[in-house]
Write a protein that binds this ligand. Structure first.
Ligand SMILES: Cc1ncc(COP(=O)(O)O)c(C=O)c1O
Length: 540
């Protein structure tokens, strides 16, 4: 039988206008989680959660400290997982121990170990113990912070963290929300927000720019309708910009011109200028430029000063994507890379790449936050609250309504390492990249491609692309290292990214030895086959 209790006192003290006779309301008395008559006997109660949670922490700590014992990439074929699982979900709850045991049986054989010291693919997937604790805490609270009132601390911590990080990186004051308040309490100008990905940041910037341009064009030329203007909008980026710029263009239904780069793989003003002139002659309407601070292909840097001056003259929104390389700005010696940022309207970087935060944690700063809010706001009654005049709900800054408590990771991690600790981590990766680049450079069979400024080294075997392709495939198939390819100016290159948090000089030498061993084999085979071919052609 359910236990009920009278709740007259509670209702009387906490509500003022209940229409029902209060002394007749009965609610079920709270049960404890261990009450076996009311809970699922197989569910997890808080006592088991305490035990299993500690076991999980131990599992993760063991995994990360002993990761080198595993092969960096899995040895399975596509479709390996389905046969390991039943076709139907379990009807009754299972014992947690069975679930835990299945991690090693089902999941781990199919994991690519991004934190492994032999993982040099893509860019780093940030991770650190304080950041993991942030994820746990955020998941534990189980909050959704789409408006101030849905969780005030979630809404209020985020701009403070974006200000901390913006100042750590010496971004212009106009991106720091706190600075604006100091200048003029009436101004709601710049500030930052956390979004789910660099792709989302770039899309949001493009959508804001699109709204502004459509409005201004409507004013200039009232005979044009929105559809006509949209069909003429065009934006610009370099050939080496991340594919998410092209994708943003697809979603925003605007043309994207991917422009050529110079010998340093940098997009220059002259190329942009010429394309804009050509497009205007065709009746197109330029509205947005996306520069890159550290391209994915080879970590090159566009010339923001030249591009920015053109954007200012042509009234184009200038966005800079610094998904990876933005983190380096916390070190003074790399700030020269953002020369020209005074022209930038918005900027994004992913601390979940190179600042020890785990995914997801993408920072987006904008000089004029109202431009973004204007483009992204809808305001249904059920989301309104009494403080709406005083605060900006972060749901107006992005695509999703619901928001995770991501800023807690920034708070935990920045405090735990201190800015100096984070700088040390960045500098160490840059130092090791130079050591690795010197090893490659000293072996005359290789070419280094691009400048090695941060934690990425791009190289290739001299000669045809096929040789480099073969080298990469052989190394990756061996499971001894994990590397990824890229293509710049028709050249296939191998990207070697510093990823492991505690990478060492030993790791650089070991990686180089592995690369050399496979190069020896491939070049030997190549020379053998070319001499056979030349002997055949002579004897023919
Ligand atoms: C320069 C650059 N921009 C954008 C992206 C896309 O990042 P996200 O996965 O956060 O959308 C990447 C991913 O590696 C990148 O390197």
């Amino acid at each position: 039988m359910k236990r009920m209790k009278k709740v007259f006192n509670y209702v009387h003290h906490h509500t003022s206008c209940l229409a029902v006779p209060q002394d007749e309301i009965e609610i079920p008395q709270q049960t404890t989680a261990t009450d076996s008559t009311t809970t699922n006997p197989h569910g997890m109660d808080h006592l088991e959660f305490r035990r299993r949670g500690k076991e999980m922490i131990d599992y993760i700590a063991d995994y990360l400290t002993n990761i080198e014992e595993r092969r960096v990439t899995p040895e399975i074929e596509p479709g390996y997982l389905r046969p390991l699982l039943p076709d139907e979900a379990p009807e009754n709850g299972e014992d947690w121990q069975n679930i835990q045991n299945d991690i090693e049986r089902v999941i781990m054989p199919g994991i690519t170990h991004w934190q492994h010291p032999r993982f040099h693919a893509y860019f780093p997937a940030g991770n650190s113990f304080p950041s993991i604790l942030g994820e746990i805490f955020s998941a534990g609270l189980g909050i959704v912070g789409f408006s101030w009132s849905s969780s005030p601390a979630c809404t209020e911590l985020e701009p403070v963290m974006l200000d901390w990080l913006g100042r750590m990186m010496s971004l212009p004051d106009s991106f720091i929300s706190d600075e604006q308040k100091k200048i003029d309490s009436q101004t709601v100008s710049g500030g930052g927000v956390l979004l789910s990905s660099a792709s989302e940041c770039i899309l949001v910037a493009m959508l804001a720019a699109r709204t502004i341009k459509i409005r201004s064009q409507r004013l200039e030329n009232p005979s044009l309708d929105d559809g006509e203007i949209l069909s003429r909008l065009v934006c610009y980026t370099s050939k080496l910009a991340h594919s998410c710029v092209e994708k943003a263009g697809l979603i925003a239904m605007v043309k994207v011109h991917q422009l050529s780069v110079d010998e340093h793989y940098s997009l220059r003003g002259k190329v942009l200028d010429e394309q804009i002139e050509a497009d205007k002659k065709k009746g197109l309407i330029p509205f947005f430029v996306c520069g890159t601070l550290g391209t994915t292909s080879c970590c090159s840097f566009d010339n923001f000063e030249e591009l920015g001056q053109i954007c200012q003259r042509e009234q184009l929104w200038f966005h800079v994507d610094g998904a990876y390389a933005g983190a380096a700005l916390i070190c003074e010696e790399y700030r020269y890379l953002i020369k020209g940022f005074e022209f930038v309207n918005s900027f994004n970087t992913n601390p979940n790449k190179w600042l020890l935060m785990n995914f997801d944690c993408s920072c987006f700063w904008v000089r004029d936050k109202l431009a973004v809010i204007d483009a992204m706001s809808v305001d249904p009654v059920y989301l309104r609250h009494k403080h709406a005049e005083k605060v900006i709900d972060l749901r107006h800054w992005g695509i999703a309504l619901s928001r995770r408590f991501r800023s807690i990771k920034l708070w935990f991690t920045i405090r735990s390492y201190g800015v100096e600790g984070l700088r040390h981590y960045i500098r160490e990766h840059c130092r090791l990249a130079k050591i690795f680049a010197d090893l490659i450079r000293d072996d005359k069979r290789f070419d280094i491609i691009g400048d090695v400024l941060l934690g990425l080294v791009c190289f290739r075997l001299k000669g045809k692309n096929k040789l480099t392709e073969k080298l990469l495939t052989s190394i990756n198939d061996s499971g001894q290292l994990h590397l990824t390819p890229s293509m710049v100016n028709e050249m296939l290159i191998i990207r070697f990214a510093l990823c492991a948090q505690n990478a060492s000089e030993y790791d650089m030498h070991l990686a180089f030895q592995i690369i050399q061993t496979y190069a020896d084999g491939i070049l030997f085979e190549f020379e053998k086959s070319s001499s056979t071919t030349s002997i055949r052609s002579v004897s023919n």
